[in-house]
Design a protein around this ligand. Structure first.
Ligand SMILES: [Zn+2]
Length: 129
């Protein structure tokens, strides 16, 4: 039996004794317990969301210079992730070699021998060392 049900039971008992002040106290107590139950529910929901986020964060692995999630071959933008904790999949320009972030406009070249030209609009050029 939860606390709200118990308070209602006590309220029923108190009502039999016809003590208005005590009954009012029990009703106030019930309202406070309901408010606390709502706060508890909100906290549980928030905790679940944070646990989900943490699970995703733990799932991202840094393989220089990009981040990868388990069972996902499309890398995530390290600029967006490290700056704003946003998980943004990179757009592949050349299969597994060159990527672009459509959000921050960074460019990534994973081929050391073939440097990718710097973006004309200020994007960042990364290359593996
Ligand atoms: Zn980005």
């Amino acid at each position: 039996m939860d606390i709200i049900e118990r308070i209602k039971d006590v309220a029923s008992l108190v009502k039999k004794y016809n003590d208005a002040d005590l009954y009012r106290e029990i009703i106030d107590l019930e309202a406070e317990a309901l408010a606390l139950a709502k706060v508890n529910l909100d906290l549980q929901r928030e905790n679940m969301e944070l646990k989900d986020k943490l699970r995703v964060i733990k799932g991202l692995k840094f393989k220089r210079p990009l981040y990868y999630a388990e069972d996902d071959e499309v890398p995530y933008c390290p600029v967006c992730w490290e700056k704003d904790q946003k998980q943004i999949h990179l757009q592949c320009i050349e299969h597994t070699v060159r990527y672009r972030c459509l959000v921050c406009d960074s460019y990534f070249n994973l081929e050391k021998e073939r440097p990718f030209p710097r973006s004309h609009n200020g994007g960042i050029n990364f290359s593996r060392r």
